[in-house]
Design a protein around this ligand. Structure first.
Ligand code: NAP
Length: 488
């Protein structure tokens, strides 16, 4: 086996084999990296199913956390997520613990991997915000029959991921960055990403920038994927779009990713533990191998990265040894045979497919203080009290109007699952027992003190069960809340 590079000081990497097909894929990538002679040393640590079985609810033991804090770089296999109540996803835990705020998911047309899009030159990157949004995991049963998940989006989180997307475009010589959001519906949360993108894009005049609604983005990706270069987006949008983009180039077997933070980077395939293929030596290890290539670039092991990419492309160009996801599992080569084919091609150069040249990504400088936006003025103008009640909208409304009498507030409206139902609008609404009751200050110039809000809450609570409160605020005279459907 060729070992073309002379190791200098070895860089230590935490290796997490993972669950299901994880160990098979990770071992393949490890063998290939070692064969290049790259200056990498491994520290193997567990996470995932075996750790949950030991009763560690996070799925990530202290020894693994300590290793990552030391090495700052991880190559990992997929981790199984327990379904249902109780344990959290160990993947999400890892991303959050080390604040890997961006997930970079490149896809590229590959030789010999035929898809309906072959020949169209797909070569794009989804940059997904990685720790916020619905994945903050803040969920509550608000009534026995109504569940809530908070969609938290911060200005700081948007700024970091948007800057990273533009820096990635610069580093890879890409020309265009799209931002995909649902800002037409979620004006404050998804809108914050859109507004941040529009502001930051002005600092990159050499790169074309365009906002696109995420539903149309999905449509355009299926219709004309070659128009995209870099797509930056919120966490949930990015989760879904990046599975879609992986299918454009042959599926999850060919979709690598990098979780990037200011301190730690975690490299892994987009795919999960694919339990039905576990231990069968049939899975395609390419996505983990490509993730390892991204890791080598991150570590500055550029020659080893190029060598592996050429060996992989050469193997695919030859087309003699291909895995079951490409040619059918009855005809596919084993994971081991495919890995050995790549190993035997180390030192060869791909003939028809170019390897992109990369410069290191300039990571955004992150302000360590918790807040990055401080308004000059803020004002509390009212309060939404969320109430559980079996009353009709009319009966609840009349009761609450009576309770507000004599306070500095008036009941402006009640909504049920976002639609105004009191005062009645004539809309046909299938109401549940979860009501948002909006009280606003009688004096529309007032800045309502907490004591007044608590006084109102006490009056309401004496007659109705409440489970949730939201202050209605204005920041620098901009309204900090949205109206219900049908609210004036
Ligand atoms: P999955 O493991 O990604 O598998 C879904 C399907 O994708 C497989 O059945 C297979 O499709 C295809 N596939 C996945 N990996 C492949 C590979 N290397 N080569 C070729 N095809 C591949 O998704 P899942 O079944 O929804 O999730 C299983 C477990 O993994 C869950 O516990 C989930 O929470 C976890 N998960 C972990 C991560 C992570 O660690 N980052 C990510 C996603 C999911 P065919 O059936 O068509 O052959």
């Amino acid at each position: 086996m060729n070992a073309p590079f002379k190791p200098t000081e070895k860089k230590l990497v935490t290796l997490i084999p993972g669950d299901g097909v994880g160990p098979e894929c990770v071992r393949a990538a490890q063998r290939i990296i070692d064969a290049t002679g790259a200056a990498i040393a491994w520290e193997e640590r567990p996470a995932g199913a075996s750790v949950f079985r030991q009763g560690i609810a996070s799925g990530v033991p202290p020894g693994t956390i300590a290793s990552i804090l030391k090495t700052r770089v991880v190559l990992k296999g997929p981790l199984e997520t327990p379904v249902g109540f109780g344990e959290k996803s160990a993947n999400v835990t890892l991303r959050k613990l080390f604040e890997t705020y961006a997930n970079i998911r490149p896809v590229r047309e590959l030789p010999g991997v035929l898809t309906p899009y072959s020949g169209r030159g797909i070569d794009l990157v989804v940059v997904r915000e990685n720790v916020e949004d619905l994945y903050a995991g803040i969920e509550h049963m608000q009534t026995p029959s109504v569940a809530q998940c908070l969609k938290l989006i911060s200005a700081k989180g948007c700024e970091k991921v948007v800057r990273l997307a533009f820096e990635l475009a610069v580093a890879e010589g890409r020309r265009r960055v799209h931002c995909a959001t649902k800002s037409n519906i979620m004006k404050l949360t998804e809108g914050l990403m859109k507004r941040t993108f529009e502001r930051v894009s002005q600092e990159y005049p050499g790169i074309e920038s365009q906002h696109i609604l995420v539903d149309n983005c999905a449509h355009q990706l299926v219709k004309r994927p070659e128009q995209f270069d870099v797509i930056v987006t919120t966490n949930m949008n990015g989760d879904i779009l990046s599975d879609l983009t992986s299918a454009l180039v042959g599926g999850l077997g060919f979709a690598p990713s990098a979780n990037i933070g200011s301190e730690v980077a975690i490299f892994e395939a987009v795919h999960g533990s694919a339990p039905k293929y576990a231990g069968k030596d049939v899975i395609n290890p390419t996505a983990v191998i490509q993730s390892a290539v991204m890791m080598l670039r991150h570590l500055g092991e550029l020659d080893a990265a190029v060598t592996i990419e050429h060996a992989l492309l050469s193997t695919l160009e030859e087309g003699k040894v291909r895995t079951g996801d490409v040619v059918g599992y009855d005809k596919g080569a084993s994971t081991t045979a495919f890995t050995e084919a790549i190993l035997s091609n180390i030192g060869r150069r791909a003939e028809r497919h170019r390897v992109r040249s990369y410069r290191p990504i300039r990571l955004p400088k992150v302000d360590p203080t918790p807040d990055t936006v401080r308004p000059k003025e803020r004002r509390v103008v009212g309060m939404d009290i969320f109430v559980e009640s079996g009353l009709s909208a009319e009966a609840l409304g009349q009761s609450l109007e009576g309770l507000a009498a004599g306070t500095p507030f008036r009941l402006k409206m009640i909504s049920n699952r976002g639609t105004k139902v009191y005062p009645t609008t004539g809309a046909i609404t299938d109401c549940v027992d979860h009501w948002r009751c909006r009280f606003v200050a009688l004096d529309d110039q007032a800045d309502v003190p907490d004591s007044a809000l608590l006084g109102l809450l006490q009056r309401v609570a004496a007659h109705h069960g409440w489970m949730h409160l939201e202050k209605l605020q204005e920041f620098d005279q901009a309204t900090g809340f949205t109206r219900a459907q049908g609210e004036d």
